[in-house]
Design a binder for this molecule. Sequence first.
Ligand code: G
Ligand code: G
Ligand code: MN
Ligand code: NA
Length: 249
Amino acid sequence: LRTEGSLRAAVDRGEFVLHFQPKVDLGSGRVAGCEALVRWRHGGELVAPGRFIPIAEETGLIYDIGLWVLREACRVQAQWKTQFGPLSMAVNVSARQLSEPSFLDDFMAVLRANRVDLDLLELEITESAIMSQFNVSAQLLREIKALGVRLSVDDFGTGYSSLAYLKNLPIDVLKIDRSFVSDLPGDTSIPRMIIGLSGQLGLRTVAEGIETREQFDWLRDNGCHMVQGYLVSRPLPEEAFLPFCRTWR
Ligand code: G
Ligand code: G
Ligand code: MN
Ligand code: NA
């Protein structure tokens, strides 16, 4: 059922929806932003991205889905700014999107058409995507960065990669992969290393997949900037996000 055909139809019919997972700033203790995660409204259920993003990437449909995600994320960010205040908005971008020659033009067209705060917009790119596209994307990432958008390395520490790219690319944020966060507070070695490296390079650190109070406390006490995970909240539908921000803490 989840074939290229039904996914193509989903693009044409606009069957996607974004959920937003809060990110808590460990300095202020407040919700300071979110990660937008796409879902597919299909046959009365909400299909998780793990079940269709791979197909979308193989078929190239991720390109149009990605532009819709970006447009929608900009709209929501601008609306929340009016109703609540500045909240950062992170959007996932895959290698397949970045390798499309028209990406930068289409990306800028979406930004121009929306009153989004560029310094509140963040692109999350996996470490493996950065490595696989290195030659193509170094210039592209610099151009995106020049627009004022932030760049974040998703799943940091899980790829087969060299650290050299951190010096050569305009990265702002490292996201500590949930597989390392789940070791806390028992095995602290890798989170400690990533937070230290991040500090040395002048980057910010976001820990993903925090599920316990002990993980939250360890990350706050050891210099991590932000956390995201089920302990704070699952990804929320748009209408539930600002109410959550107002009641958190
Ligand atoms: O929510 P879930 O754990 O099922 O997400 C699975 C994966 O799908 C995550 O790695 C996430 O980065 C990816 N994903 C979610 N939303 C988007 C999106 O809008 N675009 C792209 N390219 N990937 C996404
Ligand atoms: O882009 P990325 O691969 O980081 O996607 C994040 C995914 O991880 C989302 O699909 C989200 O639902 C999931 N996730 C977020 N927080 C947690 C958590 O605390 N525990 C677990 N197991 N999964 C999480
Ligand atoms: Mn992500
Ligand atoms: Na991740």
